[in-house]
Design a protein around this ligand. Structure first.
Ligand code: NAP
Length: 242
């Protein structure tokens, strides 16, 4: 990471789940470059320590905190730690996600199917639920959830993932309605296909813009730059096709 510059997120605190690698890591680095203090979270400590170290080495502010989004208690402690470290929370990015249990429904493993829902949907609910009191204390804020184009159409061998992201979209819309009077906007960022661990070995959608994680950062920065009373319950996509 080069020098920190263009600090329009100066004074803001961002909590990012799934910041250990892939899209969440790229967003963490971009937000820090824009001046935010960043709380990097995931389950694997070595990964988030590395993200935080990259930020610190470039002169940014970051801590790493291990949390499993499927476990409400650990997500709750995450936000407590963020406030202790940086005085509050302004922006929450839910990028923690898995694509387990790929295969036809008839052949799928019920435990892996449930785990995908537990992380991608219940984990996002845990993240938002735990974040709300902290955002309210700041008088507003933003929740940005990383969704998927898979929620819009059934794709073979991907039912658990598609259902989790479909439920996530309704969670986003529900949160947006309920948090409007708190000046908290809630939006979805759909990255389209990105080369990460999550997609390695999976067939990517043909004729799509296949991205590096860094390609998702500009849209994440744009969403973070909007007013808290800006767009909410909206889906922002980097896909070439509907
Ligand atoms: N890559 C794509 O093409 C694509 C497209 C559309 C949407 N997305 C979405 O983008 C998000 C990020 O995906 P990615 O491609 O960047 O995947 P990735 O490279 O595999 O990164 C996923 C991150 O989530 C963390 N994570 C997984 N389970 C977790 C849990 N239970 N609690 C906390 N953290 C957890 C992982 O760290 P640990 O394993 O250490 O916890 C890792 O840091 C996901 O929500 C995914 O569904 C990706």
């Amino acid at each position: 990471m080069s020098q920190i510059e263009g600090k329009f997120l100066q004074g803001k605190v961002a909590v990012i789940t799934g910041a250990g690698r892939g899209i969440g890591c790229a967003i963490a680095l971009a937000y820090a470059r824009a001046g935010a203090a960043v709380v990097c979270s995931a389950r694997r400590e070595a990964d988030i320590q590395e993200t935080a170290a990259l930020i610190q080495a470039a002169g940014g502010r970051a801590i790493a905190h291990v949390a499993d989004v499927a476990d409400y208690a650990s997500v709750s402690v995450l936000f407590c730690r963020a406030e202790e470290a940086f005085g509050g929370v302004d922006i929450v990015v839910g990028s923690a996600g898995v694509a387990l249990g790929q295969g036809k429904i008839a052949d799928s493993d019920p435990a892996l199917w449930r785990k995908t829902i537990d992380v991608n949907l219940i984990g996002a609910y845990h993240t938002a639920h735990a974040a709300i009191p902290y955002l309210r204390r700041r008088g507003g804020g933003k929740i940005i959830m990383i969704g998927s184009g898979h929620r819009k159409r059934p794709r073979p061998n991907s039912s658990a993932y598609s259902c989790s992201k479909s439920g996530l979209w309704m969670l986003i819309e529900s949160l947006a309605v309920e948090l409007e009077e708190d000046n908290i906007s809630v939006n979805e960022l759909i990255p389209g296909p990105v080369k990460t661990d999550l997609t390695s070995g999976l067939a990517l959608i043909p004729n799509e813009w296949v991205k590096e994680p860094e390609d998702v950062a500009p849209l994440a920065l744009f969403l973070a730059s909007l007013p808290d009373r800006g767009p909410s319950a909206q889906s922002f996509s980097l896909m070439r096709r509907a």
